[in-house]
Design a protein around this ligand. Structure first.
Ligand code: FES
Length: 245
């Protein structure tokens, strides 16, 4: 069978494995590496990880199907994750997701709303977009939010979300509200595997972080202004008894 992974990918896999005392600990970044090449975790990707890490394909599959960041179908150039968890949903996240499903779906051959993890356009090609709903993206104070390839777009409205996906469909990369500039899904996956551009200084200069959004620090500032503090931890805390098996 032809190896779908090139020499550079094999070298990167070895570099990942060398980071850990036990090879099997490298599985999560290895799966991101596979996605950086294929845009999803294919059967060949599962076999690649299993062979490199001396695991069974069943063990690799169990992990790849457990975590939502590992995709079982090829992703578009961009992965759009709309938070539909409680706070964002109440602030408009549900309406944004519904609007994007319909808006992007109208651009598909059957014109039907896109389903979870479905793609408009040809996966991997410029302007293709995969849509998913996501659980809390840890930015509740800036909701409703969505992420594109895990970069944040905060305080959205339905119209702003449509404008954003239209720009992605047109091949543009609108700047996220904070953090790193937008990259495509495969490049983001390579970074999640731990590989960044060699010119680290230039790369770091493009990252607009850490964020100190007013919404995030308002509570802490109010507490400081009013002299509010949390009760100190007791010096000694009794640990609960662990049940003997
Ligand atoms: S509920 Fe959307 S970021 Fe927390």
């Amino acid at each position: 069978m032809t190896d779908v992974f090139d020499t550079q990918t094999h070298e990167r896999a070895e570099a990942i494995i060398a980071r850990y005392p036990q090879a099997r600990s490298a599985l999560l970044p290895m799966l991101h590496l596979v996605q950086s090449v294929q845009g999803f975790v294919s059967q060949a990707g599962i076999a690649f990880c299993a062979q490199k890490l001396d695991l069974s394909t069943a063990e690799v599959s169990a992990v790849a199907t457990f975590y939502t960041m590992y995709k079982r179908k090829p992703c578009g150039e961009h992965l759009v994750s709309v938070c539909t968890n409680t706070l964002c949903a109440a602030l408009g996240g549900d309406a944004i997701y519904t609007r994007l499903k319909e808006h992007l779906g109208s651009d598909t051959p059957d014109g039907k709303p896109l389903g979870h993890e479905e793609t408009v356009g040809t996966p991997g090609e410029s302007g293709s977009v995969t849509l998913e709903h996501a659980e809390c993206l840890a930015a509740c104070d800036l909701g409703p939010v969505l992420q594109v390839n895990y970069e944040y777009y905060d305080n959205l409205t339905e119209d702003k979300a449509v404008e954003l996906v239209d720009a992605l469909r047109a091949g543009d990369k609108p700047a996220p509200t904070r953090g790193a500039p937008l990259r495509d899904f495969k490049t983001a996956e390579l970074e999640l595997a731990g590989f960044f551009p060699e010119d680290e200084e230039t790369y770091r200069s493009t990252v607009d972080a850490p964020t100190a959004a007013e919404e995030t620090v308002r509570g802490a500032r109010m507490a400081a202004d009013n002299g509010w503090t949390a009760p100190a931890m007791p010096a000694k805390v009794a640990m609960p008894e662990v049940q003997k098996k």
